[in-house]
Design a protein around this ligand. Structure first.
Ligand code: R5P
Length: 291
């Protein structure tokens, strides 16, 4: 197997290659003076088993175009197989028509990936795994939650309670709780479709003097985490750790979450940043061991 670390996942790609003991193909990339994107893979991929890793965080459209161009560059060389890992798949939250006249954005992205000739697509904690059912090719969503479980197991926490900010994240909380051998619960969060404002119904939590771990797929504006932290702190909770696979953390989100009382914000390197305290490299490498 030969690994191609896309421009948006260079360190992650190299980490995966190391874990797999695989060759790494160098990618050169630049922007033309008019803003268009250039990529080039410096390797012969004819008959090779190729693993391309490219996340599509902000700037999403640029990273997506790089992904599409890299897929085409690989295909031009007639590989044996092309597997693509998109750790953070942009547009995944536009998974339905919320209002008349909107596109089904994630389906568009998936159709392009499929039409370009990818054999297998892998994502990590995609917002709604069901969106992968649009694809005819093999598509699989991996979960970073066991990695978070291992991370928190190393911390000395006092009788932790694992909390999902909404029902959609309950399976994530369950996975982490199983590793910590602890209880888990979900909160009742709602988002106003027009204003984006987050509301959370009061819920009695058995969290007094206990540490709490809030887990989610994404932290974007931080609104969800802040409401959850407030709920826990108002009920006498101890240290509150917030963990999400994709820590987008728009604007002042990080400082607002810390000011709300979070002890730590833990993210992964699907979006490389200072909160990437957990690497998804072992999770990705595990999938392709022995190939
Ligand atoms: C939504 O259902 C997601 O799972 C996250 O809870 C959400 O995207 C977080 O967004 P924000 O940080 O803006 O509240």
């Amino acid at each position: 197997m030969i690994v191609i670390p896309g421009p948006a996942s260079q360190i992650l790609g190299v980490k995966v290659a190391r874990l797999l003991n695989s060759e790494v193909a160098a990618v050169s990339f630049k922007d033309f003076p008019d803003g268009e994107t250039y990529v080039r893979i410096d390797a012969d991929l004819k008959g090779r088993d190729v693993l391309l890793i490219q996340s599509t965080y902000n700037p999403q459209d640029k990273n997506l175009i790089q992904l599409f161009l890299l897929i085409d560059a690989v295909k031009q060389m007639n590989p044996e197989k092309l597997r693509v890992v998109v750790p953070y798949l942009a547009y995944a939250r536009q998974d339905k028509q919320f209002k008349k006249g909107e596109p089904l954005s994630i389906k568009v992205i998936e159709e392009i990936i499929e039409k370009l000739g990818v054999d297998e697509l892998y994502t990590i904690d995609i917002h709604e795994p069901k969106v992968l059912n649009h694809l005819k090719i093999k598509a699989k969503d991996l979960s970073a939650m066991p990695l978070f479980g291992d991370y928190f197991k190393k911390k000395k926490m006092s009788n932790p309670l694992v909390i999902a900010p909404d029902d959609g994240a309950i399976h994530r909380a369950e996975t982490v709780a199983k590793i910590l051998d602890s209880e888990y619960v979900s909160l009742d969060k709602f988002r106003d479709k027009d204003t984006g404002e987050i509301k959370m119904d009061y819920k009695e939590l058995n969290v007094k003097k206990r540490d709490a771990v809030i887990v989610d797929d994404i932290i974007s504006t931080g609104g969800t985490m802040i409401k959850a932290i407030q709920m826990i702190k108002n009920q006498g909770g101890g240290s509150v750790y917030v963990a999400a696979t994709h820590t987008i953390l728009i604007g002042e989100a990080k400082s607002k979450i810390l000011s709300a009382g979070a002890a730590e914000i833990i993210g992964t390197d699907t979006i490389p940043s200072e909160t990437s305290l957990v690497s998804v490299a072992p999770l990705i490498a595990e999938q392709f061991k022995g190939l």
